[in-house]
Design a protein around this ligand. Structure first.
Ligand code: KG4
Ligand code: ZN
Length: 391
């Protein structure tokens, strides 16, 4: 059995987890900084790295306590290398390097978005109760099209399996980026709309909840027209601006200011502070974003003869996105996979799971004691190759 410690600190969550064979979570601890950044309506990088520094040691300690393990019991240490905020990444990466060196354990670098994809494989294996050693895609048909949609990213990947030569029957994944946002990420648009309408931070989960009481057909938004890029590229800055313009046109400023004041004074019931017009606006906004995400993802799946669809990242927690993607895939007889809500947002179990095939393949970072040591955080680390497969 391979026990891997995962460490994640790319944005505003300090997280550690121990996962056995990429299949079983022994402990999964996430310390969120949401309250710290809430009053700014977005992540403040300097505050984020300081909070990571304070939290990394207790979070790792608690992970081992919950798993009932000692530090020396793990077989490898995996850490998010990028993409993310440089100051945040460096905290987890430096900690992981030091720990690997002190314990003389192999160190594995993981790309954050690969982690989001592996959240799905991890839970699928866990669900199947598959005895180790697990295959890369337990019950999952490849190739897959994966939509990773979060506060920092909106990307579509074409994902294939490839065998690990040293371990017959075991697979790792190969990724080709086929589309991405040309401006804002979808989660960023949710958060900016939430901030503009004074709904609280982060906007995504609040809008998801408020939208249930709104009419999603009340406001019609024009679909983004991309001058450049592929049919699988996204754009969300236009719709954010359209929401701002609508609020101006409909003279909603007074309501927004009153809500901000009441919210800051500690009134937590945002729904009670929203007019029907506001509820209709957020429901319409959410529907437009979700339809756009769904259409481009399904177009990519159809065009590339995908045999399954993955949706992961913070916005994958959105209830309407889950419903609509599931309906569209069911209509095509296409299996679709979402992580549980808990593993949709940033966590380290997904990092430990993504490291497992790398562990099998011996894909390690050289340790500080070895010559030629180099392993640095990379705020814009890409995943796989970027190829336009055409339509
Ligand atoms: O993956 P994540 O935890 O961090 C990043 O890597 O960005 O994603 C956070 C994002 C935020 O923008 C948040 O508003 C969004 O995910 N989010 C949601 C929901 N839950 C979280 N967006 C829409 N609906 C939700 N239920
Ligand atoms: Zn993420």
């Amino acid at each position: 059995m391979a026990l891997i410690l995962g460490i994640e600190s790319s944005c505003d969550e300090t997280a550690a987890a121990i996962v056995a064979d990429g299949a079983r979570i022994l402990a999964n601890v996430v310390s969120s900084q949401v309250d710290l950044h809430a009053k700014y309506g977005g992540v403040v990088p300097e505050l984020a790295s300081r909070a990571h520094l304070e939290k990394i040691v207790p979070v790792v300690r608690e992970t081992f306590e919950r798993a009932g393990l000692r530090y020396a019991d793990v077989d490898a240490i995996a850490v998010t290398q990028g993409p993310g905020l440089i100051g945040s990444l460096l905290v987890g990466l430096t900690y992981a390097k030091a720990m690997a060196w002190a314990l003389a354990k192999p160190l594995i670098g993981v790309q954050h978005l690969e982690g989001h994809i592996h959240a799905i494989l991890l839970e699928q294996r866990q669900k199947n109760g598959q005895a180790p050693p697990p295959k890369a895609g337990p019950g999952i048909e490849f190739p897959a099209v994966a939509l990773i949609v979060s506060g920092g990213h909106t990307v579509l990947y074409f994902v294939e399996q490839e065998p690990i030569s040293a371990h017959p029957g075991q697979f790792r994944l190969r990724y080709r980026r086929i589309g991405e946002t040309q401006d804002d990420a979808a989660g960023e648009a949710f958060d900016k709309v939430g901030k503009h309408l004074a709904l609280g931070y982060p906007g995504g989960p609040v809008i998801d909840r408020l939208a249930r009481a709104g009419n999603p057909d009340a406001v019609v938004f024009t679909r983004p027209q991309l001058k450049h890029g592929t049919p699988y590229d996204f754009s969300f800055s236009g719709i954010k601006t359209a929401v701002v313009r609508y609020a101006e046109r409909e003279q909603m400023a007074e309501e927004i200011a009153a809500r901000e004041e009441r919210r800051l004074a500690g009134n937590a019931d945002v729904a009670a502070l929203c007019s029907q017009k506001t509820l209709d606006l957020v429901a319409s906004f959410q529907k437009a974003v979700v339809e756009d995400l769904t259409e481009r993802t399904l177009a990519a799946a159809d065009d590339h003869a995908a045999r399954s669809v993955f949706v992961s990242g913070g916005v994958a927690a959105n209830s309407l996105l889950r419903k609509i993607v599931q309906e569209e895939c069911a209509g095509r007889g296409l299996p679709v996979y979402f992580p549980s809500v808990a593993l949709s947002t940033d966590n380290a179990a997904m990092i430990a799971a993504a490291a497992y095939p790398k562990f099998l393949a011996g894909d390690f970072v050289t340790l500080p004691s070895e010559p030629g040591f180099q392993f640095n955080a990379d705020p814009s680390l890409p995943l796989g190759t970027s190829v336009s497969l055409g339509r």
